[in-house]
Ligand binder design. Structure first.
Ligand code: PMV
Length: 347
């Protein structure tokens, strides 16, 4: 099959890890398995247009964010293309135009790498499928996740929903270090439509890139224990999800977030990525839980923003709490209401 030109458009969401991926080996292989909630509204939409070149030369593409040319995105994409060219032999045959936009504000401190890289990987796989029309859906999604992983590790967990596991784990048949898989077990209805309200504490550029961050786990004094703990936390989450035990969920999720930050505080060089307002919010959440019996908990990425996770039936009370007490700690009072979602879509 040969195709001269065309375009594909995909919308792909962000995700929030419950058990965190922190530390990797060569070729984007994670040091420990992770599991995440796929988000619903925080997403990237990418249109990939392609046209055949006269003759295959080096990679050739342009990239636009919100219709504005973004040459500073190019090096990241060249790195990605180099990593995947052996798996997508057509990559040098076409000129590409990549047009992308995010549903969340550009400088919100929300990383767009998971949604952005997964959307791009899906667009590229659509070309691969057009060239190989017999491809099964299962193969398509697995290879797209495999490619997304090579763009940004956590991106391989953004294609499907509502829970995705990445990394080999003894209790999860079919789990792999190479791509994300849908969480295969029963999830109690307590976790249905779980909400994620993201409090934007610091919208600035990331202080530590995730590449630098993952590398901090090399020769880290607590690395081996941390990797073991992630396996154990994932094992425990399986029964927590089965039984609907939200108290146990809260304990695992908050411990994972604090451990991620503890790893950064105890590495060399060391970093503190929480801000005073991050801690204010965490303390307020703990007090709120004690006073009201709420099941809301927090998690963090490698930054200062706080994700508040809670059952759907608490939406009204938690948002009241956010508006009355927590907006004061958000930069310009900004927060984003999101919830569990079901993965990427072709548009
Ligand atoms: O996908 P990366 O390389 O940007 O790493 C992301 C790591 C965390 O967001 C901190 C944790 C995770 O599992 O998503």
């Amino acid at each position: 099959n040969s195709i001269d030109d065309g375009s594909f458009t995909w919308s792909s969401p962000s995700n929030i890890a419950l058990v965190k991926y922190w530390g990797k080996k060569q070729h984007q292989i994670p040091e420990n398995p992770s599991v995440s909630f796929t988000l619903s509204d925080c997403k990237t939409i990418t249109k990939l247009s392609f046209s055949k070149k006269e003759s295959a030369s080096d990679f050739s593409f342009e990239v636009f964010l919100d219709d504005e040319k973004k040459d500073d995105f190019k090096p990241k994409i060249v790195t990605f293309f180099k990593r995947i060219e052996n798996y997508l032999p057509f990559l040098k045959d076409y000129h590409f135009k990549i047009q992308t936009s995010n549903s969340f504000p550009h400088s919100s401190g929300i990383a767009s790498s998971a949604s952005g890289m997964s959307a791009l990987a899906l667009c590229l796989m659509s070309i691969e499928r057009a060239l190989n029309p017999k491809m099964t859906n299962e193969y398509f999604i697995q290879k797209a996740s495999f490619l997304a992983r090579l763009g940004s590790g956590s991106a391989c967990r953004s294609l499907e929903g509502d829970l995705v596991v990445w990394g080999k784990h003894k209790d999860i048949d079919g789990s792999s270090d190479l791509f994300g898989v849908k969480y295969p077990f029963r999830v109690h209805e307590n976790f249905k439509n779980y909400q994620d309200t993201i409090l934007l504490v610091d919208k600035g550029e990331k202080q530590v890139s995730s590449t630098v961050g993952h590398n901090l786990m090399h020769n880290h004094p607590f690395a081996e224990e941390r990797f073991k703990q992630a396996h154990k936390n994932l094992s425990n989450l399986i029964s927590v999800f089965k039984e609907g035990n939200i108290d146990a969920f809260v304990e695992i999720v908050e411990s994972e977030a604090l451990t991620l930050h503890a790893m950064m505080m105890t590495s060399l060089p060391y970093f503190v990525l929480m801000k005073p307002n991050t801690l204010e919010i965490i303390n307020k959440i703990w007090t709120f839980r004690k006073q009201t019996g709420s099941k809301v908990c927090f998690t963090l990425d490698a930054g200062a923003n706080v994700h508040m996770l809670y059952p759907e039936k608490e939406t009204e009370t938690v948002l009241k709490f956010v508006n009355n007490e927590l907006v004061a700690y958000c930069q310009n009072g900004h927060y984003i209401c999101d919830k569990i979602g079901f993965g990427a879509k072709q548009l």
